[in-house]
Design a protein around this ligand. Structure first.
Ligand code: SAM
Length: 225
């Protein structure tokens, strides 16, 4: 089935309207507020956001309302969603932006891609992100243990969490709660804030931090805004 056939009017009605929807605009608004708050805490000034697979556009609605000066680019592969919600039509497995963004959001997308396409998409997310990535992708464990199968689309490529971690770890430090910090940004993380760090990656992060303004400011020097 092509993206055009799969992500149509009926798909969004089933998953985004009515009592069995996966999440509402206000739930995503709380998530967006949390991510924006964490970005501020970590010293990432969010002036630009790329959203991948934006669907009904709940993240964009929050940013338009609460951060109207942010440059926001929302994309989706579905022609129907792009027409309905005004996103740029992009397939994240085959496209990366020319210039990177402070925050990249990719919620509920990668599980629809087969292994090869998902690996290419992760490479494109890495190229697109110079600050923080918010990533949610349903894994095999989630299908078995976490999701409500009545409300969740289970016709997906369910991979192990390790599959994602192996591909993300060279470029991102896992902050937690879906947030990943681009290693190139040199965002200083306290040891217990994130996932355990392999010593080789720890050395890479220290080198990136040495050249970043975040390291010079230090976490105790974050400014009020
Ligand atoms: C479960 S919905 C998530 C929508 C939104 N991110 C949210 O969480 O509310 C999955 C979305 O991913 C989009 N999508 C699927 N494959 C994609 C791809 N290769 N590139 C970009 N978007 C894709 C679909 O069109 C659909 O809008």
């Amino acid at each position: 089935m092509t993206a055009r056939e799969r992500f149509d009017d009926a798909y969004y009605r089933r998953h985004y309207q009515g009592p069995d929807r996966v999440h509402s605009a206000s739930q995503v608004g709380r998530l967006a507020a949390g991510v924006a708050g964490m970005a501020a805490w970590l010293g990432v000034e969010v002036g630009s956001v790329l959203e991948v697979g934006a669907g009904p556009g709940h993240w964009r609605a929050w940013f338009r309302r609460h951060r109207p000066s942010v440059r926001y680019v929302s994309t989706d592969v579905s022609p129907w969603a792009c027409r309905r919600w005004g996103h740029a039509r992009r397939d994240i497995s085959a496209w990366r932006p020319r210039t990177p963004f402070d925050l990249v959001v990719c919620q509920g997308v990668l599980q629809y891609l087969d292994d090869a396409a998902a690996a290419r998409a992760i490479g494109n997310l890495e190229a697109a992100c110079m600050g923080l990535l918010y990533l949610e992708a349903v894994t095999r464990h989630d299908l078995d243990e976490v999701v409500d199968a009545e409300r969740t689309d289970t016709d997906i490529h369910a991979r192990e969490g390790e599959w994602y971690r192996d591909r993300l770890a060279p470029h991102f430090a896992q902050v937690g709660a879906g947030l990943w910090a681009a290693r190139s940004a040199g965002i200083p993380l306290y040891e217990l804030e994130g996932a355990p760090v392999h010593s080789r990656l720890r050395r890479q992060s220290s080198a990136a931090r040495a050249g970043s303004s975040a390291a010079r400011l230090g976490r105790t020097g974050l400014q009020e805004s």
